[in-house]
Design a protein around this ligand. Structure first.
Ligand code: NAD
Length: 304
């Protein structure tokens, strides 16, 4: 009998949160070399998981893996290439005794941000295709190969990083918005199919985290307002490490838009939401999109 009174229907008790919520588990985090993905890798490792970073940035991925010790490793993986995704899953399985518990589809690209690229009247089809391949096909391939590894053990959690651009229009280039809506759709479909195999599928939708991706987009926005409006800057290739001042400025802009006053949004806040959905505490949650935005999408603060 439960010491806390009613314990559901008398079946197994809901697990109480453990200090290490992924103890003994094996996780893959795509795009884990920097930004939000790096925060997810660090938090998963802190919670006892063995983590595989799957990224195209060898230098940053290997540096992070060696900084975090033997429980974290790096595998080069372009998520838009099926063989790479298959290889990343095989690497995790062979290194960690044939188990994969968590797969986090975090890798993503924003795409070109010139005025022309932002308009439905003039967007470039090849660029649209590139963004969809990484963000949407990449997430679908991750779900496919993760599920193939998880289903035989009848357990697993797939968590993708979508965006508030999966909920609201007007927040990014068309390809980005379409790709993030696609992640929410894939999450729902895959959750329906994989529930029978004991695999949960969810996503997290962040707003405005001061990572290299967002700061590069913001820099471009400033350039637009001034001189070089139609400079053809590829945000995903021309990324430089943001300065502390840029990070602070970005955080201030985001604080101004959030309805929740007080805290500053950090990559760690997104990682905490991903950790929750990855962990057994979320064992009855599947097909859900958890928005982490300080209330932005439920307020009128974005208008005007
Ligand atoms: P980032 O650009 O700082 O980091 C992205 C990481 O993904 C990098 O390590 C990069 O090397 C890797 N990557 C890029 N293309 C890849 C590919 N084809 N295969 C494997 N790895 C690849 O971006 P971030 O801000 O940390 O974004 C992480 C995720 O969060 C993305 O899916 C992004 O769309 C989403 N997101 C970010 C924000 C934000 O405000 N920063 C808001 C909403 C959603």
């Amino acid at each position: 009998p439960s010491h806390h009174g009613w314990d559901g229907n008398g079946a197994t008790a809901v697990p109480t949160p453990m200090p290490k919520r992924l103890d003994g588990k094996v996780a893959i985090v795509t795009g884990g070399a920097r930004g939000i993905g790096e925060a997810i890798v660090r938090l998963f490792a802190k919670h006892g998981a063995r983590v595989v970073i799957a990224d195209i940035d060898d230098a940053a991925g290997e540096a992070l893996a060696s900084a975090l010790g033997p429980q974290v490793s790096f595998v080069r993986c372009d998520v838009s290439v099926e063989d790479d995704v298959r290889r990343a899953v095989d690497w995790a399985l062979s290194r960690h005794g044939g188990r994969l518990d968590v797969y986090c589809n975090n890798a993503g690209v924003l795409g070109r941000q010139t005025r022309a690229a932002r308009s439905i009247l003039s967007f470039d089809a090849a660029e649209f295709d590139r963004v969809l391949r990484v963000n949407a096909l990449g997430a679908a391939l991750g779900m496919k190969h993760a599920a193939r590894a998880m289903a035989p053990r009848r357990a697993g959690s797939i968590v993708s990083v979508a965006s508030v651009a999966a909920v609201l229009g007007g927040l990014g280039p068309h390809a980005y918005t379409a790709s993030k809506h696609a992640i929410v759709g894939l999450t729902k479909n895959a959750a329906c199919e994989l529930g029978a195999h004991g695999v949960r599928v969810n996503c997290v939708s962040p707003f405005g985290v001061a990572t290299p991706m967002l700061i590069n987009a913001w820099r471009q926005g400033h350039d637009d307002a001034t001189a070089d409006a139609d400079r053809d800057l590829d945000l995903d290739l021309d990324v430089t490490v943001p300065s502390d001042q840029e990070v602070e400025k970005m955080e201030e802009v985001v604080r101004g838009l959030a309805t929740l006053k007080g805290p500053t949004l950090r990559p760690r806040d997104i990682a905490e939401a991903v950790l929750f959905l990855a962990s057994d505490e979320a064992r009855y949650i599947s097909g859900h999109n958890l928005v982490v935005d300080g209330g932005v999408t439920t307020s009128r603060n974005l208008i005007g």
